[in-house]
Design a protein around this ligand. Structure first.
Ligand code: ZN
Length: 173
């Protein structure tokens, strides 16, 4: 089982978690003691993060199967206490699912960019495909200026690199 710091050191995971629970949530994970389960009140005290924020983070993590709790009933008062544990190892599944979606979008964009030639108006910035440029006789429909072939090699290469990188990450899991 990886430590919380090790898990947070992974950039893709950090970004995913940060989107989910924000700065306070990340701090909670950093300061979350791993020796036993704790109640939300105890966690607020130990980590010095306010109780509402601790609760929000715990519920959000729980919804994403990244935390679980055990409910304990005080026999005298009947009060319920929730004792929390983080299960950040499930992170790898969540991030992988996220990356699959991103990858799919990038692949579609890559295909589109790779299969089309583009024309661009240097005066207004409007960009159209070769087919559309031909239809308008290479005149910009926005401002009547000439459309010039637009080299998208840089973009295609950048997309290709990002796709390769994500594919590599997914393979390592
Ligand atoms: Zn134009």
């Amino acid at each position: 089982m990886a430590s919380h710091e090790e898990i947070l050191a992974d950039k893709a995971i950090f970004a995913y978690l940060h989107r989910l629970i924000g700065d306070d949530g990340i701090e909670l994970i950093r300061r979350f003691p791993t020796d036993k389960e704790y109640s939300d009140e105890e966690l607020a005290e130990i980590t010095e993060i306010n109780l509402n924020s601790v609760r929000n983070t715990l519920y959000t993590l729980y919804e994403h199967r990244l935390a679980r709790y055990r409910r304990i009933k005080n026999n005298e008062t009947g009060w319920l206490t929730y004792l929390w544990l983080l299960e950040l190892d499930n992170m790898y599944d969540s991030v992988a699912k996220d990356l699959e979606i991103v990858l799919e979008k990038l692949r579609r964009r890559y295909k589109y960019e790779n299969e089309n030639a583009f024309y661009n108006c240097e005066s207004c910035g409007s960009t159209v495909t070769f087919t559309d440029a031909m239809d308008s006789q290479f005149v910009c429909q926005e401002c009547d200026n000439k459309l010039i072939h637009f080299d998208n090699d840089l973009l295609v290469n950048a997309l290709q690199r990002r796709i390769a990188k994500i594919e590599e990450n997914l393979l390592h899991e």
